[in-house]
Structure formats: structure tokens, C-alpha cells
Design a binder for this molecule. Sequence first.
Ligand code: F6P
Length: 336
Amino acid sequence: MRIGILTAGGDCPGINATIRGVCKAAILHYGMEVVGIHSGFQGLLTNDVEELTGRSLSGLLHLGGTVLGTSREKPFRRGGVVDDADKPGLILRNVAQLGLDCVVVIGGGGTQKTAAKLAALGLKVVTVPKTIDNDIWGTDFSFGFDSAVTIATEAIDRLHTTASSHRRVMVIEVMGHKAGWIALYSGMAGGGDIILLPELPYDIHRIGESILSRLKRGKPYSIVVVAEGIRTDGRKRAGEFMAQEIEYETGIETRETVLGYVQRGGSPTAFDRNLSTRMGGHAAELVATGQFGRMVALHGDAITSVPLDEVAGRLKLVTPDHDLVVQGRRMGVCFG
Ligand code: F6P
């Protein structure tokens, strides 16, 4: 078989480990040819590809980012580098001309949706969930998430010392798009006193009371972990907005840190490297056994797969009964 592989959407640690997993299994175990497609779906529009061999894969396991490059090209929307009226049709024709039996697509929620639409038009596709946000329906975790949580947790650890030295409230804004998974996992791992998620409504007066009661209990500083997607005034970023609201509400000096793209950079954690390796290998297995139109998934500790059309367009969000929320509340964490 001759397969294509592409990476689309936001980058994250673990993509290269996944590319390595797919390709090593495909080439070494299944005897397939592999074609790397550059810049996500854009590379299928412009035929920007390269043959991948065993040599292309060395040094990928620990390397952040994606050696294939990525883009947010949306084939089902006008615009972009190739503004063809029928971009999906052009993709299908280019896949055929490249002699590809199928395409392995590594991407987040939007990419899964695009892959499902292309599958409905006849493209043989297998996908792997990728995002630091961990918001992809159908899999317990996506690779990239553990690495982002590790980076955010280390940053939160560092904020404790400066907050206590200055008796300040430190607000840290983490990524996650519309989901609060990074804020929840890094907030709990980093000992956040207040953790604000898009999924759980907050009341600024309750937040103020929580900070002032810590002050009364001899804790003159607080760490507030804020997901970027929480409710704000619609003008300021979440971190800046919340820091101003808290300082106004409590009268305590408050500063904000926006962690930003460092959460998407650098080398993947060991967990993400192994999850990427396992998911990549299973993607190659799905291809070899002709199971197309499916997304590789982690259920518990088992790697399985789910139908792509069950995933497309659905978000996996934090629920109030999630164990970290329940346990956090019992231990005095304020979720707003
Ligand atoms: O989906 C990953 C993510 O980092 C989100 O957490 C964030 O909101 C978004 O991408 C940023 O998008 P861009 O990379 O296009 O600025």
C-alpha cells in the first residue's frame, strides 16, 4: 500500500512522535510506502509532498512541532493559498494522482471534521486525535495535552514563590480554547487556590470572598488559574480581565501572566511520546486492515478506534462531576 500522512491545525509536542509511530509501523511492519504531505490539507491542494523513508524518522520521538509543517487550511471554505472553487474535488484528484491508497490525518477537532467530510466524499482516511486542549470527543486523552499540562504546572509552581514574596494574587491564563481541561489539570497539579473554567460559571464576589478568607487565615496570597475561554467583558483577554476584577473586588495587588504558546512548544513528555507511538502504530494497523473512516482513540489504557462521523463537530468539555472538580471542591479549591 502507498499512504499519505499530514498534520493539520495547531502544533503541539508529540506530533513528530506520532508521525514516527505511523511510519515505522507502516514501513517496517506492513511494508507500505509513505508520502509526507506538507502544511496540512494545503499540501494536498498544492501537491507539496515528500517520500518518507526510515531515515526520515530518526530523531523525531523527542522533537517538538511537526517536521511536515501544518496549516489551518479549511478545504470546505473558500480562501487560503489555493482559492479553487472545488477544493475538496481537487484534493481527491491529487490523492489519486499521487497514487495514495489512503491518508492518515493527525489533527484537532476542526481537522477531524474536515476529514469526516472528505471521507463522505470517498477519501479513505484514518485520523489520530491531536490537541493540547484535550477537547476531542471519543478519546479520553489526546497527545499534546499532558505536555501542555506539564509546562503549565511548572509555571504555576514558579508563581507561588513570587506571589508569597509580594503578598499578591497571581493570575495565570492557560490555553484550552473553549474547554477547561488544561486549567483544571494544571491548576490542581500546581496547587491553584482558584481555578476558573469556561464550563463552570463564576461569581466575582465569591472569588473575592475566597481570596479574603485566605488572607484572614494567614495566607496573604493566592494563585488563580484561568482558562482562556472563560466569560470576560469581550474586550480583554481572560487573564487581564480577571486580574483587574480581582484587584477591584479585594483591593489586593494582582498581576497576570499569559502562558501562551510555550504550552505548545518543546519536547513531549514521556506519557505523550508513548501515547503518540501507540496511536501512530494503531493508525497504521487500521490502514493495513482496511478500517477507514475511523479515529484512533484512548479508552482507559486501551487504544481503540471510533467512527469519525461520531467525533466530527462534537466537543468534549469538563463536567461538574469530574473527579478533579469534586475532590478539589472538597479540599477547598474555589471553582468560581
Ligand atoms: O487548539 C490549540 C490552541 O493552542 C488553543 O488552545 C488556542 O486557543 C489556539 O490553538 C490558538 O490558535 P492559533 O495557534 O491559531 O493562534
